[in-house]
Design a protein around this ligand. Structure first.
Ligand SMILES: [Fe+2]
Ligand SMILES: [Fe+2]
Length: 334
């Protein structure tokens, strides 16, 4: 289905963002966790300063042997995605009205973007160290992939527009929450309760971030409903690209597609999840309940409300290619 109208989002979004800045500043402390109450990666890793460090590492590695290769591949892909945080922070800081001019601004948006980055920074850190210590992953290949990914960049086609940007992050935080939660469940199934705990903690952060971005958009919908609606339609039409879609290990041209296939096959993140996220956002922002819309806006509303079902039907038809080799796990197949 083509969206047969051009969408231009009014530059008044700058005024809108300014008008809700104080609200955001008031929410930051409850949407982010105080540092003193926050978990840190070392809470979940063997203590290298303790006398029995060697023993803790053997136990740690023994537990990690339980992970099947396909779950390992998905965990590596998730970790690489988290490790490209420099790209996401600089992207967030380019959104108009959100920019942290000095690097230590006190505006609500600046406080949010730095606090969010600081929380996210622990995700890649913890998963990276976890995977390194398992001894089951070709770390050089994984690190090369991170290096390429950050070099290649991240372009979700949000045009530095904060409406498109916050719709994108609302979607993506929910997607990462789902993905980490599913890895946690599969880790428990495999008998690796420790990884279940780790991914559960990370998913908890993503859930708070999802709540925050959805709240920012709720405020934008309140102040500027029609432009917010148009932005939502535009973002869905563009399709929500995955943040790590430009990953590359130096050899494998299809690495991201292969990683996505494994995630889909083992049920960590599926086409059905994509549809469910749209459904959730549509209901959260009460898109179907919006009234008194012009012809163009009402077309955008119809388009948005029909999408989830369309994607669900497409999801039913997806077939998966057979297992393939990954350099991340020494060319074993997953
Ligand atoms: Fe994260
Ligand atoms: Fe996140």
């Amino acid at each position: 289905m083509e969206l047969a109208y051009p969408i231009e989002i009014s530059p008044s979004y700058l005024e809108v963002l300014n008008s809700i800045e104080a609200f955001v500043r008031g929410q930051v402390t409850s949407l982010l966790k105080p540092v003193v109450e926050s978990w840190q990666p070392s809470d979940f890793l063997p203590d290298m300063a303790s006398e029995n460090w060697a023993d803790s590492i053997s136990k740690f590695r023994e537990r990690a042997k339980a992970l099947p290769d396909d779950l390992l591949v998905v965990l590596v892909g998730d970790m690489i995605t988290e490790e490209a945080l420099p790209s996401y922070q600089s992207w967030l800081n380019r959104l108009k009205g959100v920019i942290d001019y000095s690097g230590a601004d006190e505006s609500g948006w600046a406080l949010w973007s730095r606090g969010w980055t600081a929380e996210e920074n622990r995700h890649g850190d913890l998963l990276n160290k976890y995977l390194y210590l398992t001894g089951r992953v070709n770390m050089r290949s994984v690190e090369t992939t991170i290096h390429h990914l950050i070099t290649n960049g991240f372009n979700p086609q949000t045009e530095n527009n904060p409406y498109l940007g916050f719709i994108y992050t609302s979607f993506q935080e929910r997607a990462t929450k789902i993905s980490h939660r599913n890895v946690a469940t599969l880790a428990a199934k495999a008998g690796e309760d420790h990884l279940q705990k780790i991914c559960g903690m990370i998913a908890g952060d993503e859930a708070r971030h999802e709540k925050a971005y959805k709240l920012f958009m709720t405020k934008i919908f309140e102040v500027d409903p029609v432009n917010a609606l148009q932005a939502f339609a535009k973002m869905l039409k563009t399709k929500i690209v995955m943040p790590a879609s430009l990953m590359h290990d130096g050899n494998d041209e299809h690495l991201f597609a292969k990683f996505s296939n494994v995630a889909q096959r083992i049920g960590v993140y599926t086409a059905y999840d994509y549809a469910e996220i749209i459904e959730d956002l549509v209901s959260h922002w009460n898109i179907s309940g919006m009234t008194s819309l012009s012809g163009v806006a009402s077309k955008a509303q119809d388009y948005i409300c029909s999408l989830s079902d369309r994607y669900k039907k497409l999801a039913d038809r997806i077939k998966f290619p057979p297992k393939e080799k990954f350099s991340w796990i020494y060319d074993r197949e997953a």
